[in-house]
Design a protein around this ligand. Structure first.
Ligand code: NAP
Length: 286
């Protein structure tokens, strides 16, 4: 299995370390000739798309750089899928759970709704431009016979870094406290290895079972990393009102039995979060 990983960013690098013999490239995924050349040169049978515009310093960048964002997140994803179909390679595309906003509401009876987690085939309701481009690619890729989509959310890692939710939250003094599904990177890497070995198709919600509040993460950060850390809790509305974000952020809960159907497990979030925070504390002290 010759694995080529596009996108030499946070997650691409973590996957390249964890998949022996894989090749990490920063070739432009929206350039068809470059993609064809890269795959041929590496005799690729498996492609992982970890490339995309995620915005710096955050996704608000995508609101004002729409062309660059759709070129990488939509056009690039479609080029990879097209070339994969031509060559018979399997493509695993990294999607995002941030295409869902709020809880899914299901109609119970006139005027009454129940809330439930979002499943893979639910229609999403993206608001931010970044989320819209991620969902646009999902809509096209999710029905292709040689493509899998792994949707992750708010990655949490044992290594400090600007894309790690622990580092991000610890860098803020005002934080919203909401329930979310999140993805611990060690578990994500394990799932990706399994998905590519099974050439699994369709959409997969790759979030740790259970929900996490930002206050759970901060409490653990104070316990294991920095007892002197303090913050103020604000509402999601105040995040935008106070100018801390241009667009409201996605907060949502995902669920799935699709991984379990393939015999793939992720640790419950409380177990995986404590493990990641313990590693984070060790790396933080170095
Ligand atoms: N991190 C998260 O919170 C998160 C959550 C859910 C899903 N995801 C998805 O996971 C994937 C990887 O995210 P990440 O966190 O690793 O982001 P990242 O650190 O920003 O890495 C993405 C990499 O892709 C590169 N890139 C952008 N456009 C490209 C193109 N046309 N061709 C080749 N490379 C290109 C970027 O380079 P430049 O920096 O030069 O643009 C960057 O090196 C993305 O698809 C993202 O949507 C991430």
């Amino acid at each position: 299995m010759n694995v080529v990983i596009f996108g030499a960013g946070f997650i691409g690098k973590r996957l390249a370390e964890a998949i022996p013999g894989s090749t990490l490239v920063d070739a432009d995924i929206a350039d068809r000739a470059v993609v064809q050349q890269t795959l041929a040169a590496n005799y690729a049978s498996v492609i992982i798309n970890a490339a995309g515009k995620t915005g710096r310093p955050n996704v608000d960048w995508c609101e004002t750089h729409q062309q660059e964002t759709f070129r990488s997140n939509v056009t690039g994803a479609l080029v990879l899928a097209d070339v994969a179909a031509e060559t018979g390679a399997y493509l695993l595309h990294l999607g995002s759970g941030c295409i869902f906003y709020g809880m899914k509401r299901t109609h119970v009876r006139s005027g009454f709704y129940a809330t439930e987690p979002w499943l893979e085939n639910d229609h999403a309701n993206p608001s931010a431009y970044y989320s819209r481009t991620k969902y646009a690619a999902d809509l096209v890729l999710s029905r292709l016979p040689n493509v899998g989509i792994a949707r992750l959310r708010m990655p949490i890692d044992g290594r400090p870094g600007p894309r790690n939710l622990i580092t991000k939250l610890a860098g803020y003094r005002e934080i919203i406290d909401v329930e979310n599904s999140v993805t611990v990177i060690d578990d994500f890497v394990h799932v990706v290895r399994e998905l590519i070995s099974q050439r699994a198709t369709g959409v997969f919600h790759v979030t740790n079972p259970g929900v996490m509040r930002h206050s759970d993460l901060i409490a653990l950060y104070q316990e294991l990393v920095d007892p002197s850390y303090v913050c103020t809790w604000i509402t999601p509305e105040q995040l935008v009102e106070r100018g801390l974000a241009a667009k409201a952020r996605s907060n949502c809960i995902l669920a799935s039995s699709r991984l379990a159907d393939l015999g793939i497990e992720m640790r419950p979030i409380d177990v995986a979060l404590r493990d990641a925070m313990t590693k984070y504390a060790e790396n933080h002290r170095r």
